[in-house]
Design a binder for this molecule. Structure first.
Ligand code: HEM
Ligand SMILES: *[C@@H]1O[C@H](CO)[C@@H](O)[C@H](O)[C@H]1NC(C)=O
Ligand SMILES: *[C@@H]1O[C@H](CO)[C@@H](O)[C@H](O)[C@H]1NC(C)=O
Ligand SMILES: *[C@@H]1O[C@H](CO)[C@@H](O)[C@H](O)[C@H]1NC(C)=O
Length: 309
């Protein structure tokens, strides 16, 4: 008995630092329930909230680790991550604000904004029909957010260019291909793919549809990234790109590039396998360079750093 306790005590902290499932179970027992309720309310009104939160989580974790640096608003002298090139269209900030407002009333200065993003993303995936999974919590909020540090791959990247950014964040090619399956939900603005409306690697009927939506200049409407089951978290994205029905250049390249097309065809044929791999990959993404213990802070307002006083 004593021996078991010693093993748990010594082995787990090394493997998981201070992140653990149920981190708030005594400090704020209703934390996960509150986040889920807020996400559910928003999801009931607008099912595209799943896409919004997944992309926010990715953009947060890939800049300085999952530290809620994506949530900081720019100020006069400081341009935050929200104002970087990849920025503009990240959305869903008010969902995080709403959860934070309730949690600050219930358990002041306890639940980090970085954990709220992670939990809200997890909940929104299952609401869209995706896998349910546990996530470890205990992340702390970062003290820096600079637009100049945002270095995310663009939609015109090749598979190998995108992979460089994933590798720099400790993620493999398989994990990148699996995480891009998140494009099974959510939307893209015409400005991100208008340049490929003449691409021979696009199914002509898709090209006709996208052309009609995007042609009017001066406007920048959105289309679904998965043109078939647009609101459902499933492996349809992979089936669509196999049919040359990928909207973004990179998405289509996944099905064409020799390094990734084998995995794409196996994910297209195995929804259960996709779900399992997606859980592993997104849990790993959620652990990128997290702040724990006494690092960083617990922000009171997710959009601004706490004042030093
Ligand atoms: C190489 C990597 C990636 C590239 C180049 C990329 C690119 C893009 C682009 C251009 C959009 C359209 C944004 C807009 O018009 O508002 C988009 C949307 C989206 N991305 Fe990615 N993405 C990548 C990886 C990921 C990853 C890893 C995830 C999540 C795990 C993700 C989740 C999403 C989601 C859910 C949307 C829809 C957003 C919405 O509905 O507002 N993406 N992505
Ligand atoms: C804002 O910018 C100034 C000058 O670039 C810098 O010294 C300061 O640390 C920045 N503040 C934050 C909160 O990032
Ligand atoms: C996004 O970033 C670009 C370039 O830094 C900037 O011009 C644009 O205003 C930003 N968009 C939004 C909505 O903040
Ligand atoms: C759309 O998805 C459904 C259900 O997964 C499938 O049966 C159908 O063949 C798909 N249609 C297209 C055009 O891809």
């Amino acid at each position: 008995m004593k021996f078991t306790i010693l093993i748990i005590f010594f082995v787990f902290p090394i493997a998981f630092a201070d992140l653990r499932v149920g981190f708030y179970s005594s400090s704020c027992p209703r934390a996960e329930e509150i986040v889920r309720q807020v996400v559910q309310r928003n999801f009931n009104q607008d099912r595209t909230v799943t896409g919004a939160l997944l992309r926010m989580h990715f953009h947060d974790c890939f800049v300085r680790g999952c530290d809620a640096s994506i949530l900081i608003d720019s100020t006069k002298g400081n341009s935050s991550e929200k104002d970087a090139g990849a920025n503009g269209t990240v959305r869903g900030f008010e969902v995080i604000d709403e959860a934070k407002r309730i949690l600050e009333r219930l358990c002041p200065s306890t639940v980090s904004c970085a954990d709220i993003i992670t939990l809200a993303t997890r909940d929104s995936v299952s609401m869209a029909g995706g896998p349910r999974y546990d996530v470890a919590t205990g992340r702390r909020d970062g003290l820096v957010s600079r637009s100049s540090e945002v270095n995310l791959p663009g939609p015109g990247s090749s598979v190998s260019q995108a992979l460089q950014v994933f590798t720099a964040n400790g993620m493999s090619l398989d994990q990148m291909v699996t995480l891009l399956g998140a494009h099974t939900v959510g939307v893209a603005h015409c400005s991100f793919f208008r340049d490929r409306l003449g691409d021979p690697n696009m199914d002509p009927s898709l090209r006709a549809v996208l052309g009609r939506i995007c042609r009017p200049t001066g406007r920048n409407p959105t289309v679904f990234l998965d043109q078939n089951t647009s609101f459902v978290f499933d492996n349809e994205f992979y089936k669509q790109i196999v049919l040359k029905r990928g909207v973004l250049f990179l998405d289509q390249q996944l099905a064409l590039d020799p390094s990734s097309r084998g995995l794409v065809s196996s994910l297209a044929g195995d929804d259960a396998g996709f779900r399992r791999s997606f859980v592993d990959a997104i849990v790993k993404m959620g652990n990128i360079r997290v702040l724990v213990g006494n690092d960083g802070e617990i922000r009171r307002n997710c959009r601004v750093f706490n004042s030093p006083f």
